[in-house]
Design a binder for this molecule. Structure first.
Ligand SMILES: NC(=O)c1ccc[n+]([C@@H]2O[C@H](COP(=O)([O-])OP(=O)(O)OC[C@H]3O[C@@H](n4cnc5c(N)ncnc54)[C@H](OP(=O)(O)O)[C@@H]3O)[C@@H](O)[C@H]2O)c1
Length: 332
């Protein structure tokens, strides 16, 4: 009888915001984890994962990385890369990965992508959605989870909002700040990603994974400011285009400008979920409210700033944070 259980998991994008948080959670579930990076010298030495060098744009590096694995996480994007159009790179990466994963006999791919707007998606979102389509169309059954803003230390969309909320006493509010999105806590994303290895699946399928409440950009900034006892004066200006407003982002936020500009372009429309069936299907525990997720993130960032011991120390903090979330959930 074939063994359908997943024991060995590859995490691509393992040095990224999501990958760093996911690795310890998979290890805590008793899985064997192989992690990829394009620069082995930057891989952390602690943590219990096996590290290998792989570049999705060099398909010859994928075979050895995927060999012997049961499932793989696809947590890679090319936004911020210089040179040719990043969507073309993302397209090539997804095709190569789908092909090599099938050759290696994988049972499942899990991809974290972005939420589809009701209207025409921005360049960045269109590319994220295209990657999901390519992976789901391949021979390996693929779960695509679609999140909008993720609230956790290191998330670029969070950093943009945090910097706007805490650095500016007053701001001109661009019209796109009225768009609605459902921010989700990093803890809940990691939980959803680990469950994706087991969710019943015939072939490729996508699910939205929203946070518990839709909020406008303006509400998000007000809530973050309130957590630090601040109030921002916001003046609405309908003529401030996403392009112009992304230019002043350069002045305010520490986030990578190229990526920030792409994310802001995606925020001009509501990014709301079609449904929440994934959470019912996986018996997901109650999700963290935005205020609690933001409070924990601010606290974690302050702890990091006070003890800048680098990558390994941040991972230790995270394991503690995730552990308390998992214990909290287990007692419900
Ligand atoms: N952050 C959010 O708020 C958010 C929200 C919704 C969805 N998502 C989705 O979550 C996924 C992960 O995002 P993230 O925020 O964790 O990204 P991130 O922090 O920017 O990390 C991206 C990772 O991609 C790897 N990478 C880039 N190009 C690569 C290539 N050619 N081959 C192999 N690896 C490559 C990098 O690894 P090395 O440099 O070490 O090679 C890095 O670890 C993406 O699909 C994104 O769309 C994120």
């Amino acid at each position: 009888m074939p063994d359908d259980a997943v024991h060995k998991v590859l995490v691509t994008g393992a040095t990224g915001f999501i990958g760093r948080a996911l690795r310890p959670a998979l290890l805590a579930r008793g899985l064997e984890v192989r992690a990829t990076t394009r620069h082995l010298g930057r891989a952390p030495r602690n943590g219990g994962a096996e590290w290998v060098e792989a570049d999705l744009l060099r398909p010859e590096t994928l075979g050895p990385a995927l060999e012997g694995m049961d499932a793989a996480y696809y947590l890679v994007h090319s936004m911020g890369d210089r040179g040719e159009d990043y969507s073309e790179r993302e397209h090539r990466s997804a095709e190569a990965f789908a092909h090599e994963a099938a050759r290696a006999g994988l049972k499942r791919i899990v991809y974290l992508g972005g939420v589809a707007p009701r209207g025409t998606p921005s360049h960045h979102l269109a590319s994220r959605l295209a990657v999901g389509e390519i992976l789901r169309a391949g021979p390996v059954p693929t779960v695509e989870l679609r999140a909008s803003m993720i609230v956790g230390p290191g998330s670029i969309s969070w950093r943009i909002c945090r910097d706007l909320a805490l650095r500016l006493p007053a701001m001109v509010l661009p019209s796109w700040m009225r768009s609605l999105t459902s921010p989700i806590a990093l803890e809940d994303v990691v939980w959803a990603l680990t469950d994706a290895l087991e969710v019943p699946l015939e072939h490729g399928e996508w699910f939205d994974i929203p946070g518990p409440e839709p909020l406008s950009g303006k509400q998000i900034l007000e809530r973050i400011a309130a957590l630090r006892g601040l109030r921002i004066l916001m003046v609405q200006l309908p003529v401030l285009t996403p392009h112009l407003s992304s230019l002043w982002l350069r002045l305010v936020t520490s986030a990578d400008y190229g990526v920030a500009r792409e994310l802001v372009a995606g925020m001009t429309q509501d990014l709301l979920p079609r449904d929440e069936r994934y959470f019912e299907l996986t018996h997901h525990p109650p999700r963290l409210p935005f205020d609690e997720a933001a409070r924990r993130t601010l606290e974690a960032e302050e702890a990091d700033a006070a003890h800048p011991r680098g990558f390994a120390a941040r991972e230790e903090h995270w394991v503690e944070r995730l552990g308390s979330h998992l214990n909290r959930s287990a007692t419900r």
